[in-house]
Design a protein around this ligand. Structure first.
Ligand code: BYC
Length: 477
């Protein structure tokens, strides 16, 4: 069962840390390293305090506390969702057995790998976003950026707790490494591709929080099903925080599209660059980029890794409990996207039937794609509502892929196969060019004044926690 959170401790937690002195000491010795990392790799804009939500407990009675806090004093803590003592494993070879409270020796390496990959993404995103504060379009947006950043920091704590508590010396070493790899570093980059890309402007930030944080939602959703109960409980609570990040991305892109549509209509032109808004084709290119690099985060279309994870009970499917099958999948199959070679040396994009187990990355990616389409529908509704015939869309699954079946080919957003030369000549039509990025960056001037907003984005419909848009969300230093 979950105990009451202990907030008086150096490390706020609901895992009875004080009962395990060794673990407490180990985490307390990691804490200054985390704070050093936050100081040197976290947000660069100096602030006095920020109106932040801090997790203080996980129960239904309300787990979030809002207030102005100095970011360096943010209470990063360890919070697991409440334990269900009767929880059983829901899938794989151990289906029906009690969930594990300890790591079984035979799955130790695989579980550690999954936790390290998950943990690596959290600080990576803070690093990617560290300079955005200097160009925030409003104090409301600035506050949301910092909220996302501190919660990614807390998610790192969540994974580090598991590494320290359940994986011994190796786990402690991995926890150190999580602070040593850096986004975009040539010597020791972050593990997954998308987390080494830049987030240099706010359109990228909204696209990242829409598309890449959404990968986080789906991956956490599968880890929440895990037979390893502490991982499951950690992910369940992380998903609650993740919902705010989704909101920032969804409404962020909404507001950019809304403002662009407004300027297009008011001036009866598509060429809004001269008018200080972001042209729709540029928005589409940013969407193409962030969507395609996020598709890569699901791994290959077929993967023996994922088959093994599922069979072992380490990583389930999205909403595993609602699936109407035997949850073991030993004799099922699935059609996955694939490159066909008809024997004439000319590949084409098609489908291939494989065992359901090795196709599980495809299964998850499809859930994700359907969810992403929801955002596109919203943005198109905004365009339609403004009376415009223009629409945005998700590019083809083979477009701009660097992982999986399509890593070796190039395809247009419509799924037409291209030679390397055609791709080189045309990619600037579909992905942000230096000119596009320079234009977007030229709009990124800070609006740090209460109640004011940059001209390239519409104000939000609602503030945070019932506060108005013109609330003093951030006090700058
Ligand atoms: N970049 O067997 P395959 C989040 C590697 S985001 C580079 O198909 P598998 C967040 C792969 O490791 C969610 N390498 O892959 C969002 C493998 O290497 P090995 C993060 C890649 O294992 C925003 C090889 O290629 N959580 O939380 O089936 C802000 C063959 O791949 C990539 C997780 O991802 C890539 N994109 O699936 C903050 C959950 N993709 O074994 C946070 C944990 C694959 O040959 N991770 N490779 O050395 C996993 O579940 C799986 O490891 C993956 C890959 C889904 C990532």
């Amino acid at each position: 069962m979950t105990t009451a959170s202990d907030y008086s401790e150096k490390i706020p937690n609901n895992v009875e840390l004080r009962e395990d002195r060794r673990l407490q000491r180990a985490l307390e010795s990691w804490q200054p390293n985390f704070l050093n990392w936050w100081e040197s790799m976290g947000p660069t804009l100096p602030t006095q305090d920020v109106y932040l939500r801090t997790a203080i407990n996980v129960g239904r009675e309300g787990w979030a506390h809002f207030g102005h806090v100095a970011m360096k004093d943010y209470r990063w803590g360890i919070f697991l969702a409440e334990r269900d003592p009767g929880r059983q494993i829901g899938f794989g070879a151990h289906k029906g057995e009690p969930a594990w409270q300890k790591v079984p020796g035979e799955y130790r390496a695989d579980l550690q790998r999954l936790i390290v990959i998950q943990g690596d993404t959290e600080p990576a995103s803070v690093e990617q976003q560290r300079n955005l504060g200097a160009t925030a379009p409003s104090l409301y947006d600035l506050r949301n950026l910092f909220q996302v950043n501190v919660e990614e920091g807390r998610h790192l704590w969540a994974m580090v707790y598991l590494l320290h508590a359940y994986f011994g010396r190796e786990g402690r070493e991995e926890a150190e490494e999580l602070l040593h790899r850096n986004s975009g570093s040539l010597e020791s980059p972050r593990i997954l591709g998308a987390f080494n890309e830049e987030t240099p402007d706010w359109l990228s930030f909204y696209m990242f929080t829409y598309f890449t944080d959404r990968d986080g939602k789906y991956q956490l959703g599968t880890l929440k099903e895990s037979a390893f109960d502490p991982l499951s409980r950690t992910c369940e609570f992380m998903l609650k925080e993740e919902a705010h990040h989704m909101m920032v991305g969804t409404t962020g892109v909404d507001r950019v599209v809304e403002r662009t549509a407004q300027v297009m209509v008011e001036n009866d032109t598509d060429d809004v660059a001269a008018l200080g808004a972001i042209p729709l084709p540029v928005i589409q290119k940013y969407l193409n980029f962030h969507y395609s690099v996020s598709l890569d985060l699901f791994g290959g279309e077929t993967s023996t890794n994922v088959a093994n994870y599922f069979t072992a009970g380490l990583k389930g499917r999205w909403l595993e409990g609602r699936r109407q099958d035997d949850h073991q999948l030993a004799s099922d199959s699935i059609m996955v996207d694939a490159l066909d070679d008809a024997g004439d040396g000319q590949p084409s994009i098609g489908q291939l039937e494989v065992s359901a187990l090795v196709g599980l990355n495809t299964d998850l990616r499809r859930e994700y794609i359907a969810d992403c389409q929801g955002g596109v529908n919203r943005w198109n509704k905004i365009l339609a509502g403004a009376g415009l015939p223009h629409r945005v869309k998700l590019p083809h699954i083979a477009f701009n892929r660097r992982v999986g079946a399509f890593a070796g080919i190039e395809a247009s957003p419509d799924g037409e196969l291209l030679s390397a030369d055609e791709w080189a000549a045309r990619q600037g039509e579909w992905l942000p060019t230096d000119v596009d990025k320079t234009y977007v960056r030229s709009l990124m001037r800070p609006v740090h004044e209460r109640g004011k907003i940059a001209a390239w984005i519409a104000p939000p419909r609602n503030g945070i926690n019932g506060k108005p848009f013109d609330y003093d969300y951030v006090h700058l230093a």
